[in-house]
Design a protein around this ligand. Sequence first.
Ligand SMILES: *[C@@H]1O[C@H](CO)[C@@H](O)[C@H](O)[C@H]1NC(C)=O
Ligand SMILES: *[C@@H]1O[C@H](CO)[C@@H](O)[C@H](O)[C@H]1NC(C)=O
Ligand SMILES: *[C@@H]1O[C@H](CO)[C@@H](O)[C@H](O)[C@H]1NC(C)=O
Ligand SMILES: CC(=O)N[C@H]1CO[C@H](CO)[C@@H](O)[C@@H]1O
Length: 483
Amino acid sequence: MKALVCILLLLETFVFVVQQQVDGGLNENEISQQISSEDGRQNPPQTDTLRAEASTDRQQYCDLGIPDIHAALRELTATVTEQKEKNRELTATVTEQKENIRELTATITEQKENIRELTTTVTEQKGHIRELTATVTEQKEINRALEMQQTFILEELKKKNEDREIAFSASLMESGSGFIGPFTTHFTLTYRNVFTNIGNAYNPITGIFTAPLKGAYMFRVSVFGIGPTAASAAIFKNGEHVVITHDNQPKNDLNTSNGVVLILEVGDVVYMRESWNGMELENVGDNGALTHRRGTHWEIGIHRRQVDDVLSPNINILEELGEIKSMETKMKSLETEMERLRTENKDREIAFSASLVESGSGYIGPFTTHFPITYKNVFTNTGNAYNPITGIFTAPLKGAYMFRISVYGVGGTAVSVSIIKNGEIVVSAYDYQPQNVLNSSNGVVLILEAGDVVYVRLGSGRRIYDNKSNHSTFSGFLLFPLR
Ligand SMILES: *[C@@H]1O[C@H](CO)[C@@H](O)[C@H](O)[C@H]1NC(C)=O
Ligand SMILES: *[C@@H]1O[C@H](CO)[C@@H](O)[C@H](O)[C@H]1NC(C)=O
Ligand SMILES: *[C@@H]1O[C@H](CO)[C@@H](O)[C@H](O)[C@H]1NC(C)=O
Ligand SMILES: CC(=O)N[C@H]1CO[C@H](CO)[C@@H](O)[C@@H]1O
């Protein structure tokens, strides 16, 4: 009981001291003094009696149980001071933390702003990517379509150049001489001496030409015979008689020619039939073929791909760009090839035609030797391969060429001219009548190397005539180049 009272007293005193401290802010010494003076007060001026008693009692009890209240108080004071210090430190820390929080808040605000900017940029970039994706896809589609188109054109050009390489030229007999016919029926002629047979459309065993593709074909036939049996031959297409060539003289040589341009379907057949009777060798049938491919309509279809998710585009732009680049390279090489083919097509623009005299009229010959003829009146000379001064045609490139001659004369002296290739006689046109006009013609398809020369030679002792009517002519053109 005494100890409890003592502790209560102590507590009261402590409360008082703390009160003092809070109220007046006393320092440690003042507190000590306060306590001392309080202790020393024997007769406090106006304390109530209870307190006075307690004070007196405490003097006795505390002296009994608690050794040194002053020491305890001092310790308490130290603790309080320490707490105060701690509080101060805590306050400082809090202030510091507050400052940190303020800084953090500022940083966060800043970061927010950055994020907002970044978001804008990303949105913008998304737009760019969307545009790029669309462009790349479109470009690729265009390139693909262009490539297809170019490949198609190229194939067409190649086909045009290769498929059209159809030409043949043949004369009746491989060796010797003789007649074919007369027979009591029509008889299919087989021209066995093949000069040219590019594309192998002509069969020298059967004498039948089979069209390998649809196109316009030109056929010509020249026949020769000796009177009094008439010479007559017709061009047949699929069993139908198309054109006929016929000559009939009681005596002398017979010669005649004819030709036709036919539109043939694939597999159509064309052949010659002796339709009357009596034929001798030296007869030459020739044909030059020109083909037209069907016109083709080509549409470019461009499908724009839907691009849904731009940030993960369904195409790899870099990969696509690489592909576009390789496509462009490919197209460039296609263009080069097309250019080459175009040039080749342009190079093949070789054709000439000329008649004998530029003005007036007159004969050439007869001479005691063969004599090269110069056709001076030039109608056409595309490519300038024909020289009207020398009368010589020089092949500018390797290819299949077709040549034709027509001769004219006046009775009494025979006309005879030949097409000469590099000094060798190839085909001839001949006519003889004691009176009246003479005329004959012939032609041939020849494979020439670049630099090969072709000209027309007048036979020795023969004579050729021309005037402004342009009866005697020499013509030639490139059918197609060969590699
Ligand atoms: C060619 O000769 C034949 C037969 O003599 C004659 O009928 C024809 O009219 C001549 N042609 C020309 C263009 O003179
Ligand atoms: C050319 O000669 C032939 C045959 O003599 C004749 O029929 C024709 O009228 C002549 N032409 C000209 C333009 O003189
Ligand atoms: C013969 O050729 C010349 C020159 O090209 C031409 O002026 C003339 O009209 C031609 N003659 C005939 C009958 O066509
Ligand atoms: C077209 C034609 O028949 N021309 C001549 C061929 O040769 C004979 C015989 O010399 C002439 O009479 C023809 O006019």
